[in-house]
Design a protein around this ligand. Structure first.
Ligand SMILES: [Zn+2]
Length: 77
């Protein structure tokens, strides 16, 4: 008589740690509640990526040309 099955069933409970790729550095990032910076691997990467993205977006939208606006409007409609 063995009760090993019971012990084995309730013994292991995986924390369901999903590993994703950090958009900031491209490294492994733990996508779980324990990682508040997810999907980034760390708060540093999160801030870095956001800063770069915001900066680039701002740079592109910085020079608003009248011709560009006209063209955009035409394309949208
Ligand atoms: Zn990272």
């Amino acid at each position: 008589m063995t009760v090993d099955a019971n012990s084995e069933d309730g013994g292991s409970s995986p924390a369901f740690n999903r590993i994703v790729r950090c958009p900031g550095c491209g490294g492994d990032s733990v996508y779980a509640a324990a990682n508040p910076a997810r999907p980034f691997c760390s708060e540093r990467c999160k801030n870095m990526d956001f800063g770069a993205w915001a900066g680039e977006s701002f740079r592109v939208a910085a020079p608003p040309n009248a011709e560009d606006l006209d063209l955009g409007d035409n394309t949208l409609q």
